[in-house]
Design a binder for this molecule. Structure first.
Ligand code: SRM
Ligand code: SF4
Length: 517
């Protein structure tokens, strides 16, 4: 009988560098990095481990980092927005900020020498960027109108905060969850319209009644990747609000300890669920929690179409309103952010919210102040009632800053929508989502019309192109869209989209020019 040792588990190169040194271990080294500069840093610390602190080296703009925050439930104060604006203001025309598809903010143009000062300011302002990249849990999304919406079922704000605090050890950094097999997304929905896109998260809490009590059905395993996209499936579990943190923790531990670390393209949690079956996965989570969980409620409470929250809306608090403001493809600058902070403080309660459609909400504006709020000059740039195509436009970063991008996205998306609005009268919003590569950060699968960057050959040359996705349904009964056409050269795209808008979305060619914005 041979006595061979069991084979060591296979590890990909990411697993090897994480095993050598945890990402969070760069935190105490930041002052040193600031002194020596990025050029002198260890390659893996620079290009990988800094992401554990939210700092992303951008090969497209070396030395000018992207800094990804955490914004639980997409909520921040005017004071916090001002701190973020002041951080990018010092970088002049390199200083941008983007609202992301996870209700979050990313800052651009950041220099490593300023990081110790920036992180001090974050700490004083109650802001954090910890564990926002790489094999960590991303920003946790919740209903953008939690606590404001008269028809909401559960106010998700406190729960989102608690889950974030568990995962990040109250923003100090939590080594228990800094070495997952892969990235991880959590959403907690409290409204009726599935405003968080529950179906595309690794864990989604969806409001549901069980025996007359309100809690959540738990969905697991939703994700997008270049190789595979899968909607979340039922875990056949219902929890009440007191169990949300515990079950999140247990699922993360089960995934952390059992998820595949061999092939990075097969490491998201759905691959583990496929491998085990949902029953075994559920049993492992119960064992981890030391409880028997209740079976899922028969139905969830998503019974509305998804809202975009733009414009003026009465809140459940009599006499107060929230106003949704459109920020084209989520991009704004220090001056815009300072203005938003001022407007939130002067007219509202100082609070600002973000949506997964990359827009802003200012809540708590009394009826008596609405008129003067609506006369603010910023609202001429960031409209509260944009044209129907601009209104529902979402875009990922694209090749301006992202090395994976196969095309430019944000500027092209805005320009093309503007041309389409000039030429067509479109009766209702059509949700366009642009994404620069198959990683799908811009979520083309949730759009009416999704556009994914690719390359194709035209007249003997390689040109920028898009794959076309259609059929994404959001809100109740959400369904992922599918690729329906491949490799449309970008310079032919306008005509293709015009035909689709006319044939499938009741658009009409304009006989008179559109009225000025
Ligand atoms: Fe993403 C990687 C940007 C939401 C799937 N994503 C990246 C990187 C970090 C790649 C890089 O290093 O350049 C991009 C940074 C570019 C930059 O400079 O901004 C990036 N992802 C984004 C953002 C900023 C898009 C946006 O413009 O809004 C979003 C940031 C969210 C946040 O605040 O944390 C963003 N990414 C998403 C989403 C959408 C979502 O979460 O609802 C997805 C698909 C859903 C999912 O993850 O299941 C997504 N990003 C990816 C993937 C593919 C993951 C996979 O399992 O294969 C990558 C590549 C990777 O992780 O290897 C990626
Ligand atoms: Fe970059 Fe691709 Fe994500 Fe767009 S979809 S931000 S191009 S990784």
């Amino acid at each position: 009988m041979t006595n061979t040792a069991p084979a060591a588990p296979k590890m990909n190169k990411f697993e090897r560098f994480k095993a050598e040194k945890d990402g969070l271990a760069v935190l105490p080294e930041l002052s040193h990095f600031a002194q020596i500069g990025w050029e002198a840093m260890d390659e893996t610390d620079l290009t990988q481990r800094l992401k554990w602190l939210g700092l992303f080296f951008r090969p497209v703009t070396p030395g000018k980092f992207m800094l990804r925050m955490r914004m639980p439930n997409g909520i921040l104060s005017g004071g916090q927005m001002r701190v973020l604006a002041e951080v990018i203001q010092r970088y002049g025309e390199d200083g941008y900020a983007d609202i992301t598809t996870r209700q979050n903010i990313q800052l651009r143009g950041i220099r490593i020498e300023d990081i110790p000062d920036i992180f001090n300011r974050f700490q004083q302002a109650g802001l954090t960027s910890v564990q926002s990249g790489m094999d960590n849990v991303r920003n946790i999304t919740g209903s953008p109108v939690a606590g404001l919406d008269a028809d909401e079922l559960i106010d998700t704000r406190g729960l989102v905060r608690k889950v974030q605090d568990m995962i990040t050890n109250n923003s100090q950094g939590n080594p228990a969850f800094t070495n997952l097999p892969r990235k991880f997304n959590i959403a907690i929905a409290g409204g009726r319209d599935n405003s968080v896109h529950a179906e595309i998260n690794d864990i989604a809490f969806v409001p549901a009644y069980k025996d007359g009590k309100l809690g959540f059905n738990v969905l697991v395993g939703g994700f997008f990747s270049a190789k595979r996209c899968a909607p979340a499936i039922s875990m056949n579990v219902w929890v009440d609000h007191t169990q949300v943190v515990d079950i999140s923790e247990a699922i993360l531990i089960v995934y952390r300890d059992n998820g595949s670390r061999a092939n990075r393209h097969q490491s998201r949690m759905m691959w583990l669920i496929d491998d085990w079956g949902v029953e075994r996965f559920r049993a492992a989570v119960e064992t981890q929690m030391g409880v028997t969980l209740q079976a899922a409620a028969d139905k969830d409470e998503f019974d509305w179409d998804k809202r975009d929250h733009l414009g003026v809306h009465a809140q459940k608090q009599p006499g107060l309103n929230f106003v949704g403001i459109h920020v084209p493809v989520g991009r704004f600058y220090a001056n815009d952010m300072l203005e938003l902070a001022r407007m939130a403080e002067v007219y509202g309660s100082g609070e600002i919210r973000l949506t997964v459609e990359q827009n802003v909400i200012i809540p708590n504006i009394p009826d008596s102040r609405l008129e003067s709020f609506l006369a603010e000059p910023l609202l001429e740039v960031f409209s509260i009632n944009p044209d129907p195509l601009a209104r529902a436009l979402v875009s990922c970063t694209g090749n301006q800053f992202c090395k994976f991008a196969l095309i430019e996205t944000k500027n092209r998306a805005v320009a093309l929508i503007d041309e389409l609005e000039d030429e067509l009268d479109v009766p209702k919003p059509v949700r366009f989502h642009w994404t620069g590569c198959p990683n799908s950060c811009g979520q083309p699968q949730v759009a009416d019309i999704g556009l994914m960057g690719t390359k194709t050959r035209k007249d003997g040359k390689t040109v920028e192109a898009v794959d076309l996705f259609m059929g994404g349904k959001v809100g109740k009964d959400a369904v992922l869209g599918e690729k329906v056409q491949k490799a449309i050269p970008c310079d032919e795209l306008k005509d293709v989209l015009k035909d689709i808008l006319i044939q499938q979305f009741d658009a009409q060619p304009r006989s008179t020019p559109r009225s000025p914005k």
